[in-house]
Design a protein around this ligand. Structure first.
Ligand SMILES: [Zn+2]
Length: 615
């Protein structure tokens, strides 16, 4: 027995020695020609060409050879038979920076599993800095501790404006404008790729065209790009597109329109005119591009009440959100009153526990210490209590008030009319989809279908669903519009997604499935565009938009960001009612030459780099 153990130990020692030796030679690269060799795959190289048969060799983070039957040894050989090689996907528009503050989300597995190897963050006017001490510090943390995909950062107009002017709805003074310009310049010096705006969000919306032009002028000499969530994505889409183009024309920086679309059924079709305006500008030499996510519903939290606030609370239609209405519901003023008796230091302690900007930097702390007390109270109360629009069980007070009004036939009739008008206005009963419901068989059905199943009117079905606590999603974008935009050669892919904690909370499925869904639904199933068109829209086109000449292609001398895709077995497992599910189909994924997905499983590596704009 002892003998056996002894012999086994010898074998073990020899084995370890042998393996270590192998590993050593792999690291030294003395015995091996390549780090990774992908054999016998079909390659979509980033162009519109159909896939061609080739091997791809990777060494020291770079693609070093693409060709037929590459000879030589490699530390890892991937059998690509039946699989497709594409450049790693570049997501032009994400909000993963919020999630990536947390170390456990830094891998961004929801993106790696879609084949995404690079994300562009700091979008829609809100960015990490200058709330962080310095952009450099954030970049250092990410570079030091590692991230899944590569990341390029933008500086947000809204963030900069808030630092300088708070939430003031007015034009900046000359001095304030100079301060904003200085902050944008600082970010560019530290490696930001440009400026983003969120012109529908406060405080970005307070900024007029000229203010944005002045700030975009700062990024232009650096070769920065202006990414814009434009001022309107519904009935005033054309004016908003024109403004974006004007800003580019008068500042000299390229403009990139984020999540290009038009919302609400009555506006469907407007995208054709918007595209005509963009194409006219492009013909004049103005650099205008856009990105798109391939879904009919919008927003990180896409659910919408079927009973409008006015009908639910019995208030006049002229009273808009924000107006104080005496309904005995918890208003934001009530929430603020709860916190108003606390000392500043206590408020800041509470805020630190709930802010996503963790850990709170010194500059952020300084910001908290300097804002007026009423703003601090508001910030804390809104971070802790969000007065929701929930109509389901649990909202006993408002429900009983509503039901009391429904008992009065005249009042009930008025409520039904308000509900119907609201539904028709947004998108019609055929385009409201039940997302989450205790009656599971209703999930995925339209309001119109549910009404038919229940033999009730649309209005009464809406009331029943709401009181049940069901959550419904309006399909605000038309399928025809989505396909029209997708076919344009200047439109790339941008998920607009986040890095949510896996399995927690409601989220938009685009965070998990945008890239593979676009291939599967629009190229393979509907054949609206070719597979190579979709691949180009998420590889070489975004690289060109971002001015990168070392990513986005399967070519010699390019960074080895590589997807090995089982094209015919793509599985996007998300549904509206189950949004947290990793996609399947990416068999292998390389980021900067390192294998991060091996047979679809994460290897634990974080080889993503922060990509800085070179001065
Ligand atoms: Zn946006």
């Amino acid at each position: 027995m002892k003998n056996k153990i002894f012999r086994f130990s010898i074998l073990l020692v020899l084995g370890v020695f042998f393996l270590t030796g192998l590993n050593f030679s792999a690291q030294k690269g003395k015995l091996l020609n390549y780090d990774v060799l992908i054999k016998n795959a079909r390659v979509f190289d980033g162009s519109l060409k159909p896939a061609f048969k080739a091997d791809v060799a990777v060494k020291d983070g770079m693609i070093v050879k693409v060709g037929k039957s590459i000879k030589g040894s490699a530390a890892k050989v991937i059998n690509g038979k039946g699989l497709y090689v594409t450049p790693g996907f570049i997501d032009l528009h994400t909000h993963v920076d919020g999630g990536m503050y947390f170390a456990e989300n830094r891998a961004c597995l929801n993106y790696l599993t879609q084949g995404v190897t690079t994300v562009i963050v700091g979008q829609c006017g809100s960015s990490a800095w200058p709330i962080f001490e310095k952009a450099e510090d954030l970049m250092k943390v990410w570079s030091g501790e590692g991230i899944g995909p590569n990341a390029a950062l933008l500086v947000g107009h809204g963030t900069v404006r808030q630092i300088v002017m708070g939430m003031e709805e007015r034009e900046p003074t000359a001095e304030e404008l100079e301060k904003m310009k200085a902050l944008v310049k600082e970010a560019m010096e530290q490696g930001a790729y440009g400026l983003s705006t969120g012109l529908i969000y406060q405080p970005g919306s307070f900024g007029k065209t000229n203010e944005v032009i002045e700030l975009v002028k700062v990024i232009a000499p650096y070769g920065g790009i202006y990414h814009s969530h434009i001022r309107n994505e519904s009935d005033k889409l054309l004016e908003a597109v024109k403004e974006a183009i004007e800003i580019s024309d008068r500042s000299g920086a390229p403009v990139h329109i984020s999540h290009f679309k038009v919302m609400e059924k009555k506006n469907w079709g407007l995208v054709k005119d918007a595209c005509a305006i963009i194409e006219e500008a492009r013909a004049k030499g103005i650099k205008v591009t856009a990105d798109q996510y391939p879904y009919q519903f919008s927003s990180g939290y896409p659910y919408m009440s079927l009973i409008p606030r006015t009908a639910w609370l019995g208030i006049e239609e002229t009273e808009t959100e924000g107006t104080r209405v005496d309904t005995e519901r918890l208003t934001s003023e009530d929430a603020e009153a709860i916190f108003n008796h606390l000392r500043d230091s206590q408020l800041i302690e509470l805020y630190k526990k709930v802010t996503p900007y963790y850990p709170v930097s010194e500059r952020h702390l300084q910001f908290l210490n300097e804002i007026p007390r009423n703003r601090l109270v508001r910030l804390v109360s809104r971070s802790l209590i969000s007065p929701g629009n929930f109509r389901g069980p649990g909202n006993t007070k408002e429900r009983s008030m509503f039901l009391e009004r429904m008992a009065n036939p005249e009042e009930a009739q008025k409520i039904r009319e308000q509900i119907r008008a609201n539904i028709d206005d947004v998108t019609g009963p055929e385009n409201f989809i039940v997302g989450i419901c205790v009656e599971k068989n209703l999930e995925g059905k339209s309001l119109k279908q549910v009404a038919a199943m229940k033999g009730k009117s649309v209005e009464d079905t809406a009331i029943e669903l709401e009181l049940m606590g069901a959550r419904c999603i309006p399909l605000r974008m038309g399928e025809e519009d989505i396909e029209y935009i997708m076919k344009k050669d200047y439109v790339g892919t941008g998920s607009d997604g986040t890095a949510p904690p896996y399995g927690i909370g409601l989220t938009h499925i685009r965070s998990y499935s945008t890239f593979l869904h676009k291939i599967k639904k629009y190229a393979l199933k509907r054949k609206s565009v070719s597979v190579s068109h979709v691949i180009r829209s998420q590889t070489s086109l975004p690289a060109k938009i971002m001015n990168w000449d070392d990513r986005g292609w399967i070519k010699n001398g390019y960074k080895a960001d590589i997807v090995v895709l089982d094209l015919n077995n793509i599985k996007t497992k998300t549904s509206i009612s189950n949004p947290h599910a990793y996609s399947e189909g990416v068999r292998y994924l390389l980021v900067n030459g390192e294998v991060v997905l091996d047979r679809g499983k994460w290897t634990g590596k974080l080889p993503g780099k922060v990509i800085k704009l070179k001065k």
